[in-house]
Design a protein around this ligand. Structure first.
Ligand code: DQA
Length: 152
């Protein structure tokens, strides 16, 4: 049997505070719970899942640059860096892996400064507004694509 393709799930600044951070916007699910659900969902889909979070843009860039060594795709919630970081966009474009961007909140319903994401230019698709469920939706989308690739 072929080895399970691996997906790197990256979460950006302040997402370590999920559960207590503005729960009316981001919900009450903690990052640890989201990561555990992603690993379980990955198991069901035949994907290996590795999760990391950083408050530092440079650390996120480093992980993206090295992602090709071990991963077949990236799911990223760049948090506030979505709206500011050409460095994250460049890193994602440089590695060329399939990327799904996730936001817990619907950024298009929020302040104007949140309605543009640099990272979206590197993404195959963007899922926003479905809360913690968005990560599972991203894995569903990638599983279809990666399993298809493995079969061809
Ligand atoms: C977020 C939306 C961003 O605007 C914000 O800076 C975040 C979280 C979301 O998941 O809804 O930190 O990416």
């Amino acid at each position: 049997m072929a080895k399970a393709p691996s997906v790197l799930i990256l979460n950006g600044p302040n997402l370590n505070l999920l559960g207590t951070r503005e729960p009316e916007i981001y919900g009450r699910t903690t990052l640890a719970e989201i990561e555990a659900r992603c690993r379980e969902h990955g198991d069901r889909l035949g994907l290996a899942v590795e999760c990391r979070q950083s408050n530092s843009e440079g650390e996120l860039v480093g992980w993206i640059q090295r992602a090709r060594e071990a991963h077949a795709a990236i799911v990223i919630n760049p948090a506030a860096y979505s709206h500011t970081s050409i460095a994250l966009l460049d890193a994602l474009q440089a590695v060329g892996l399939p990327v799904v961007e996730v936001h817990l909140s619907n950024i298009h319903k929020r302040e104007t400064f949140r309605q543009h994401s640099y990272v979206s230019r590197a993404a195959e698709g963007v899922i926003c507004g479905f809360g913690a469920e968005g990560y599972a939706m991203a894995l569903d989308a990638l599983a279809r694509r990666l399993v298809k690739e493995q079969e061809s």
